[in-house]
Design a protein around this ligand. Structure first.
Ligand SMILES: Cc1cc2nc3c(=O)[nH]c(=O)nc-3n(C[C@H](O)[C@H](O)[C@H](O)COP(=O)(O)O)c2cc1C
Length: 418
């Protein structure tokens, strides 16, 4: 009898870091570089991850709970763990792209966030995961936005995510990867050296008979062709930036069309969180776009508690940025998040092992959350509280705190609180 070596090419991975290493091995260098991207010097993306390490656990030695619960809901959708999929343009990572991610999220009982820059249509994605939120940037004129919202509603989207934290910052110290206008034969020949070093990635696409699709089908006009990624980006860049009235308008339009909830993604400041409440949002995500927007913005976990303290009683507060472990999720929940959204972690899982890889990432996070609850002697994520952790003085960044009534001083833009 032949005995298989159980460690040989085991596709299961035990941590997100292992998934990342596999993604790096599998993907052509420019595609991998596009996933790890952080803007400018990468200070924010670095802080997003490192800041979680500053928060310490205080585990118990006995008295642990045999049963532990981590179910919750986000914008009306029940989820089996406090982690949902953050929208990303998953172009070219895997032939099944967002469909694989949506199926994995459905299999693990959670929400799929679908980017308007995605390579798969909202109709296809909502068909495989009924708990899909559609994400939109502020791009195109109002009629176009209404048409796109209505399309998402008709497809069955259960919520809208408006991502408005983008300032078209271009320079990256590590050098941006090339994103071709379209993937035709000429481009393939030019990129061949990078692709040739990653034959498995090419093989996955070759099996499907498809080449990486760099169009944005969710931005196609009714009955028209999908724009290229660059065409879509151009429309976005040339759209005048939104005001707070525009945010309220978008939420109102979506509510009228669908009756479904609305999330504003990218909130860093307390004053903006208060304005989001005034605009009628259901939820916000405290986020710096995974370190892809203005570099030197603090880690999202540092900005979370001040925002949650200000608006957490009125709306749902989520966090995204730097989540790599279940323990990160637990820390975010303790500082006031109802749930977290993940980006790179699932992209690496997708690159490493398709749908199974994304399920694997969600399982890794679930296992980590459960271990943290066990070690802390808790029976539910609802019991998480900042006092249960060792948090260094000055950890939190309270940005844009409005002056207290009667305070004659100019509003303090940034306050470090303990
Ligand atoms: C490659 C990539 C593409 C992204 N595309 C989008 C997008 O289309 N829409 C959006 O709202 N956010 C986008 N994001 C931001 C993510 O939704 C999320 O805020 C971020 O990835 C969270 O940080 P993390 O990657 O450390 O988990 C993107 C992020 C990455 C890494």
């Amino acid at each position: 009898m032949k005995i298989e070596n159980p460690w040989k090419q085991n596709p299961w991975f035990e941590s997100v870091a292992v998934a990342q290493r596999r993604a790096q091995k599998r993907l052509p260098a420019p595609v991998y570089a596009a996933l790890v991207a952080g803007s400018e010097a990468g200070l924010t993306i670095g802080d997003n991850e490192a800041a979680f390490g500053e928060i310490g656990f205080a585990p118990h030695v006995a008295g642990h709970r045999a049963e532990r619960s981590m179910t919750t809901s986000v914008m009306g959708q029940d989820i089996s763990l406090p982690v949902i999929i953050s929208p990303t343009g998953v172009q070219a990572v895997h032939p099944e792209g967002e469909l694989a991610v949506a199926r994995a999220a459905a299999a693990r009982g959670t929400v799929m966030g679908l980017s308007n820059f995605a390579s798969k249509s909202v109709e296809e994605v909502a068909a495989v995961n009924p708990s899909t939120f559609f994400q939109m940037y502020w791009t195109g004129d109002r009629d176009v936005m209404i048409q796109r919202m209505d399309r998402a509603r008709a497809a069955g989207a259960k919520g809208l995510i408006a991502t408005l934290d983008w300032s078209f910052s271009m320079g990256r110290d590590w050098g941006s990867p090339e994103i071709p206008e379209k993937v035709d034969l000429k481009t393939m020949v030019r990129l061949a050296p990078a692709v040739a070093r990653r034959p498995r990635w090419l093989y996955e696409f070759a099996k499907t008979g498809a080449i990486p699709d760099l169009t944005a089908p969710n931005l196609a006009p009714p009955g028209g062709a999908a724009p290229t990624f660059f065409g879509a980006y151009y429309e976005w860049m040339t759209t005048p930036p939104p005001s707070w009235e525009d945010v309220a308008w978008m939420r109102e339009q979506w509510a009228q069309l669908s009756g479904m909830p609305f999330m504003l993604k990218g909130v860093c400041r307390v004053d903006d969180a208060l304005r989001a409440v005034d605009a009628g949002v259901t939820a916000i995500s405290v986020s710096n776009h995974g370190g892809n927007n203005l570099d030197s913005t603090p880690a999202s976990i540092r900005m979370l508690k001040p925002v949650s303290d200000a608006v957490g009683e009125q709306i749902e507060v989520l966090l995204d940025g730097g989540i790599r472990r279940g323990s990160d999720v637990v820390k975010a929940l303790a500082l006031g998040a109802r749930a977290v959204m993940i980006g790179r972690a699932y992209l690496w899982g997708l690159a490493a092992n398709g749908q199974t890889g994304v399920e694997n990432v969600l399982d890794v996070l679930r296992g980590g959350i459960d271990s943290a609850l066990l070690g802390m002697g808790l029976s539910s994520i609802d019991e998480l509280h900042p006092d249960l952790f060792a948090i260094p003085v000055g950890f939190h960044r309270a940005l844009g705190v409005p002056p207290a009534p009667g305070d004659t001083q100019a509003p303090l833009a940034v306050t470090a609180i303990s």
